[in-house]
Structures are given as structure tokens and as C-alpha cells.
Write a protein that binds this ligand. Structure first.
Ligand code: NAP
Length: 295
């Protein structure tokens, strides 16, 4: 395992995600050699937001790289909610499609919850529907949300045991913080504290964490004085900031001040190259599982 120059072991999400993609590609190859149906992922994108386009391009590239079929449906920013729901219904009925994702954010006139909840739960490979969200608590079979699932898989592959540990989750969103905190307490058997924007004295909670997980989107939020010696630190935040020294003119940063926290932590995820690549790997894994369950 690679240590950062600051002391902590780097949790290499890029490498783990590549390992998972390789495992998926091998399973797809077996399906192909047996003349079985290959997994098929459909992606809906509304409008032409630059960041969303990049995420969609990455998902298409990843689908191709593991041998999936894919369909990309693009709609104008002005599409009505009713029309979008109809398209989702058609894909739900299309027996060839195993997984469907609707790239977020959606334009303001469209209700995100209504749209994501229209996706058939078995095809909801982002794990956003209320039914899949509920299955985390009810412990019934469901599709786990991609980013939280990616974090749990990173912890598993680095053999970081969460049982009985104090996990502090900073961020309580519907797609990351809330499901991840539930997964840590159910499947992970951890004692979980959830912090959010109204938490008073954030540092008093973070500094007692054996495992600190941060999904906020505020660069510099977590400094070394807020972290316990030898804690495991998982930085999920991603914020694009201008950087004239980079060819692209920007770079991506997390919520944790990496250098100083890496000097104190036992394990740490970098940004980029930590949780980010795991989200796409989990999406592919969910699609493969959905295909295998349906056929
Ligand atoms: P979100 O919906 O904006 O949620 C942010 C959460 O942080 C909310 O729960 C909010 O509290 C909380 N918060 C805001 N300011 C805070 C503060 N000062 N102290 C403590 N908590 C605070 O964002 P999200 O979708 O969960 O995403 C969070 C970050 O993760 C973003 O940077 C996003 O880009 C990144 N992300 C990365 C991946 C990946 O694959 N790496 C995937 C998804 C998201 P309230 O609930 O009280 O408002």
C-alpha cells in the first residue's frame, strides 16, 4: 500500500475502480462467450450543462470499456416534466435496457424526486429511488446508491473494519450523506454521528471520529485540528476551482485540507483519485447486477 509523503496510507480509488472494472469486463466476456445478452445502460441527459456533459461522457466511456451496450438520450433544456416522465416509462418497459440513469441536475421546472422515482427500482442503478433508499434500512434486496456503495467498497478492499467504530458523517444529502450514514450503521455496524449545516461545534464531533467521512462541497472545511490522530479520512467533496497553471484552467479539490490532515490520519482518500472513480465503478457494477438479475 502506498503511503502519502505526509504519513497516511493513500486509499487509491482509481486503482480499486480499475480493478472492479476489470472484474466486470471479465464477467461481460463470459456472457459474450455464452451468447447471452450483454448489460445495457441507458443515460438521459437534459440540457447542455458542461459539467453534466463531462460526467455523462465519463459514464459512456466507462460503459464501452467494460463491453456494455449503452443508449444516450439527450433532451433540450425546455422539455416538459410530463414528456420526460413518458420517456422514462418507455425505457422502463424496454426489456433490452437493464439500467437507467438520469443525469442531475435537472432544469428548475422539473421535479427531481418525481423524475428519479419514476425509474423502475430494478433499473435504478444510481440507487436514487425511494424504494431503493428504503431498502437500506429495511435490509431488503435493493440497488445501493453508487457513491455510498463506492465508499463502503473502498473500506472493504482496504480491510478497514467499521464494526463498533465511531463514524462521523459530515453532510446529510439524499444522494450521499444520508444513505452512507445508514449503510455505515446497518451493514457497517458502526456508531454513526451525522453532522450538517446546522451542527454547532462541528470540530467537537469530527475530532472524536475513528472514521471521518465528508460530503459537503466546501474546500478547506476540514483542517488537521479537527481530526483525531490515526483517524481514517474519506473525502467525498469535489469542487472545481480556477487554476490558470493547469491546461484545463481548473482543478478539482475536496473538503479536506489534504497535506495537513494526511500528516495526522492513518488512511486518507485523495481528491481527485479517491471516491470519484468509485462512483462510476459502482454504477457499472449495479448495471451488471441488474442485468444478471433480470436475465
Ligand atoms: P449537497 O446536496 O449540497 O449536500 C451538502 C451537505 O453538506 C448538506 O447535508 C448540508 O447540510 C451539508 N453542509 C453544508 N455546509 C456545511 C457545513 N459548513 N458544515 C457541515 N455540513 C454542511 O451535496 P451532495 O450532493 O451531497 O455532494 C456533496 C459533495 O460531494 C459535493 O462537493 C459533490 O460534488 C460531491 N460529490 C462527489 C461525488 C463523487 O463521486 N466523488 C458524488 C456525489 C457528490 P444541510 O443538509 O443541513 O443543508
Amino acid at each position: 500500500m502506498e503511503k502519502t509523503k505526509f504519513g497516511a496510507i493513500k486509499i487509491d480509488g482509481k486503482k480499486v475502480a480499475n480493478d472492479i472494472k476489470q472484474e466486470i469486463a471479465e464477467r461481460v466476456e463470459v456472457l459474450r462467450s455464452e451468447n447471452k445478452k450483454l448489460p445495457h445502460l441507458a443515460i438521459i441527459m437534459v440540457g447542455d450543462d458542461g459539467a453534466s456533459q463531462t460526467y455523462v461522457d465519463n459514464k459512456v466511456r466507462a460503459s464501452k470499456s467494460v463491453g456494455f451496450h449503452y443508449t444516450l438520450l439527450r433532451f433540450a433544456e425546455t422539455i416538459s416534466e410530463e414528456k420526460l416522465l413518458k420517456h422514462i416509462d418507455q425505457i422502463n418497459q424496454d426489456d433490452d435496457v437493464d439500467g437507467l440513469i438520469v443525469q442531475l441536475p435537472l432544469p428548475e421546472h422539473i421535479n427531481v424526486v418525481r423524475v428519479t422515482d419514476m425509474i423502475m427500482p430494478e433499473k435504478d442503478v444510481d440507487g436514487f429511488t425511494n424504494q431503493n433508499f428504503g431498502s437500506i434500512v429495511s435490509k431488503e434486496q435493493g440497488v445501493l446508491p453508487a457513491t455510498p456503495y463506492g465508499v463502503m467498497e473502498l473500506l472493504r478492499r482496504y480491510e478497514i473494519d467499521t464494526t463498533g467504530k465511531h463514524c462521523v458523517m459530515v453532510g446529510n444529502s439524499r444522494i450521499v450523506g444520508a444513505p452512507l450514514s445508514m449503510m455505515l450503521s446497518t451493514e457497517g455496524k458502526a456508531t454513526v454521528t451525522v453532522c450538517h449545516i446546522h451542527t454547532k461545534g462541528l470540530a467537537s464531533f469530527t475530532s472524536s471520529a475513528d472514521i471521518l467521512l465528508v460530503a459537503v462541497g466546501k474546500p478547506g472545511l476540514i483542517t488537521a485540528d479537527m481530526v483525531k490522530e490515526d483517524a481514517v479520512v474519506i473525502d467525498i467533496g469535489t469542487t472545481k476551482i480556477d487554476d490558470a497553471s493547469r491546461a484545463r484552467g481548473f482543478r478539482i479539490v475536496g473538503d479536506v485540507v489534504f497535506d495537513e490532515v494526511a500528516a495526522k490520519a492513518s488512511y486518507i482518500t485523495p481528491v481527485p483519485g479517491g471516491v470519484g472513480p468509485m462512483t462510476i465503478a459502482s454504477l457499472l457494477y449495479n448495471t451488471l447486477q441488474a442485468a444478471e438479475a433480470r436475465h
